[in-house]
Design a protein around this ligand. Structure first.
Ligand code: OAD
Length: 265
């Protein structure tokens, strides 16, 4: 475990002079924006309060589409009142600093883009996109302006809106996010793999690194010789073999790190 100030001059030099860099982010990078993680301490994460089978699997959605649609509508509503935090901005800064930077996220909240990161590789989809449950094809959908903002209380009371239907086939719509048991979007994962194989530095920020195949990316990067830098307030399985484990909230650690790296020029 290291603090930013304890980074050795040799490692700092590597961080400053690298050209090909990737970052893999997870729910923890958005925690300081007020979005719950999935596996939070003391059951505070989404999966401590909701059953992932019900809400993040095809069988669960098909068993109760209204509940499933409502939960994603609730998360979209939560997004309307949050802003990117200093961690998102620090990653955008690093993206502008390195000549070849690939930001790969497991998050579906779009906050990296809102903070100015470009070309973000979204491994698990995006809450703003929907597709047809039957045809699996993207559907242009805009939430009606008068749609009520779904709250956790409404979820609990079972006040779920009707699920909109596909204009093409009449089938139910679903969020275009990756559920357990589903493949990741092929192009996104291929881009992430190339970045993992090529990078000299791999930042791993705010992820429990438990969900595969996303969690395989830092392993790939390491096998190909990259320096692995983890940023997380808690130890994870990855902490044991990361070259640098910076233990703290991303919104504090990353701006300090970005300043050390990009602020010297
Ligand atoms: P998790 O909820 O599994 O892990 C969040 C991580 O963020 C934990 O390791 C926390 O210690 C860390 N964390 C919390 N606060 C932080 C902070 N302020 N700064 C930095 N780190 C912080 O979330 P993910 O690893 O993203 O998939 O989960 C991976 C996937 O599992 C998600 O994309 C989602 C979920 O099921 C799907 O929905 C398909």
């Amino acid at each position: 475990m290291t603090q930013v100030d304890d980074i050795s001059p040799k490692t700092l030099e590597k961080l400053r002079t690298a050209r090909r860099v990737m970052a893999l982010t997870g729910a923890g990078v958005s925690a300081e924006s007020g979005i719950p993680t999935f596996r939070g301490a003391d059951g505070a994460g989404f999966w401590g309060r909701y059953d992932p089978h019900d809400l993040a699997s095809r069988a669960g959605y098909e068993g109760n589409p209204q509940r499933g649609w409502a939960w994603y509508a609730m998360r979209r509503a939560q997004l309307r009142s949050v802003e990117p935090n200093p961690a998102h901005y620090a990653l955008a800064r690093l993206g502008a600093y390195y000549p070849d930077f690939t930001l790969v996220t497991q998050n579906v909240d779009g906050l990296h883009e809102r903070a100015g990161s470009r070309d973000v590789v979204e491994l698990h989809g995006n809450l703003d996109h929907v597709k047809c449950l039957m045809e699996d094809a993207p559907v242009a959908y805009k939430e009606p302006a008068d749609a009520p903002a779904i709250t956790e209380e409404m979820m609990e009371r079972g006040e779920w809106p009707e699920v909109p239907r596909c204009p093409g086939c009449g089938g139910l719509l679903r969020p275009d996010v990756v559920w357990f048991g589903e493949m990741l979007p092929a192009i996104a994962f291929a881009r992430a793999e190339v970045a993992a194989q090529d990078c000299q530095i791999c930042f791993v920020v705010g992820t429990s690194a438990e969900v595969y195949p996303a969690a395989s990316l830092p392993e790939t990067a390491r096998r190909h010789g990259a320096l692995i830098v983890e940023v997380n307030p808690e130890a994870t399985d990855l902490s044991r073999w990361a070259d640098l484990s910076l233990r703290g909230p991303a919104g504090v650690v990353l701006p300090a790190l970005a300043e050390m790296i990009a602020g010297h020029v």
